[in-house]
Design a binder for this molecule. Structure first.
Ligand code: FES
Ligand code: FES
Length: 219
């Protein structure tokens, strides 16, 4: 790099003849420090975007609201959201899809599980703006009262919930799991649903439900 001396400098002060140099990206060290100093007072998403913009990779978004378009349960849903809004908050607060629950809000409990292109994800840990090009499925997209999905029916048949707060997350995790493991062993079920927690401890009923759904090819 041309802004670093060959030998350690004896003093921190640059000589008057020294000019600020630029990196290969066209951003000098001084410019970068200015960007960092300014962005210290704004949200992390904006910091990342500002740096990426300096590198010429992506355009900055926000911190104000921007148009966001999501494909949820086969429908296109539009909203104006700040880039920091999570997929979970967008689903619950903007689109009134409250099946996914906010419990830990930090990617540890699984109560907010939805499918992104068929893969189970913690929606509290995905930004809505990043979910735009994906197919999102929530528990509302599986079945409804009077027309339950076989996985939901299996949970009811096996008494696989107590307070029920974790149930939508478990149902969605089960959907993703059975899509990948149509004939699971009990050990695979235990391992496959390990990313979801039930504070009521209804695990035995849930594992029976997953087995029933697999046998009836409910996935
Ligand atoms: S609320 Fe998302 S993992 Fe707990
Ligand atoms: S049924 Fe209550 S947390 Fe799982």
């Amino acid at each position: 790099m041309d802004d670093l001396p060959d030998k350690p400098a004896k003093t921190d002060k640059p000589s008057k003849s020294q000019k600020p140099s630029s990196s290969s990206s066209g951003v000098s060290r001084r410019d970068f420090l200015k960007i960092s100093g300014v962005s210290a007072a704004v949200p992390l998403v904006t910091q990342v975007s500002a740096f990426a913009l300096a590198e010429g990779e992506v355009a900055a978004q926000g911190p104000g609201k921007v148009p966001v378009s999501l494909n949820v349960n086969g429908k296109k849903l539009n909203a104006s959201l700040e880039p920091r809004v999570t997929l979970l908050d967008a689903l619950r607060d903007q689109f009134e899809l409250t099946g996914a629950k906010r419990v830990c809000d930090r990617g540890t409990c699984g109560a907010c599980t939805v499918l992104l292109d068929g893969k189970a994800v913690y929606s509290c840990s995905v930004l809505a703006i990043d979910a735009q090009s994906h197919q999102i499925t929530t528990v509302e997209g599986l079945g409804e009262p009077g027309n339950l999905h076989p996985i939901q029916k299996a949970f009811v048949d096996n008494d696989a919930q107590q307070c029920g707060f974790c149930t939508p997350g478990f149902v969605m995790a089960t959907k993703a799991f059975l899509d990948q493991h149509p004939n699971p062993t009990p050990e695979q079920i235990k391992h496959g649903l390990g990313g979801n927690f039930c504070r009521c401890g209804t695990y035995a009923g849930m594992r029976l439900a997953v087995m029933q759904a697999a046998k009836t090819k409910g996935a």
